[in-house]
Design a protein around this ligand. Sequence first.
Ligand SMILES: Nc1ncnc2c1ncn2[C@@H]1O[C@H](COP(=O)(O)OP(=O)(O)O)[C@@H](O)[C@H]1O
Ligand SMILES: [Mg+2]
Length: 309
Amino acid sequence: MSEALLEVRDLSVVFDGFRALDGVDLTVERGELRFLIGPNGAGKTTLIDVITGLTRPAGGSVRFEGRDLAGRKEHEIVRMGVGRTFQTSVVFEELTVLENLDLAASFRRPLWSLARRRRGVSDAVAAAMETTQLHALADRPAGVLSHGQRQWLEIGMLIAQGPRLLLLDEPVAGMSGEERQHTGELLTEIAKEHTVIVIEHDMEFLRRYASQVTVLHEGKVLVEGSVDEVRADPRVQEVYLGRTDDTFDPAVAGKTTASAGGGRMAGGPDAGTAIGEGVVAGPGAAGTGTMSGTAAGPVAGSAAAGEVK
Ligand SMILES: Nc1ncnc2c1ncn2[C@@H]1O[C@H](COP(=O)(O)OP(=O)(O)O)[C@@H](O)[C@H]1O
Ligand SMILES: [Mg+2]
């Protein structure tokens, strides 16, 4: 029997007495494109931090390809085949796109191959360039790239490292509609050959590109299923629309959005559905990007407070 690529069991993380993750189970099979969603503070980034060795769990286990990741260092986990992006971009601005990809690719290469003089572009870099379609920008310094292009470069840098599991933390936050679409297509392409976990907030994006979704809420898995199942689940609707405290980012969605006129898709055919087609605001820095340029800001308060004037 083949084992799952990633098996998270009863995982807990405690920060100063606060349970950021509380008994999380997550199984991701080889070849899956799994979306991980949930309100701000749900523990999504923390989960990725534990998988990648950045944060130590208080309990539970993480197995990748059947091997326990407990106690392993970050670089060791990268070498085992787990790659991630961060909510903030980490490209080298003064290096070109090609150099960034090449550097990333060399990270997993054994020393003997680094010492060998290489001609041209390695297969890994060529593949990353192909997947991300960054050819035209190959010789531009990363510093001049648009926000979207930087994100694609980062994804390309991950691919160049040849990971078997990619963890992407809010890749479309702050992107324009066109950039989101490109990213969605990129993810679909990448998922053909990789297993991918994507943290995302934008419900419209989810509806278009996701199949399997895991919803985290207050450190626990709330629901898991297809996009339609998750969207229809009353518990998810409660979490996204029914919160009364302002710790949750505004869910600009469904009825609230339609009434208040915020959100990109407000008034569209689906605007009245639960967790509708509006932009569901992401948290913190990333989420504000999601919201920018929409009339959704002020609506947020209403949505979070559960009232529409
Ligand atoms: N290093 C840390 N120290 C203390 N608390 C943290 C730390 N990292 C995250 N938290 C807290 O853990 C909770 C989950 O955070 P996070 O995983 O970033 O949520 P998400 O990515 O779902 O928005 C939040 O309440 C956050 O404030
Ligand atoms: Mg996060």
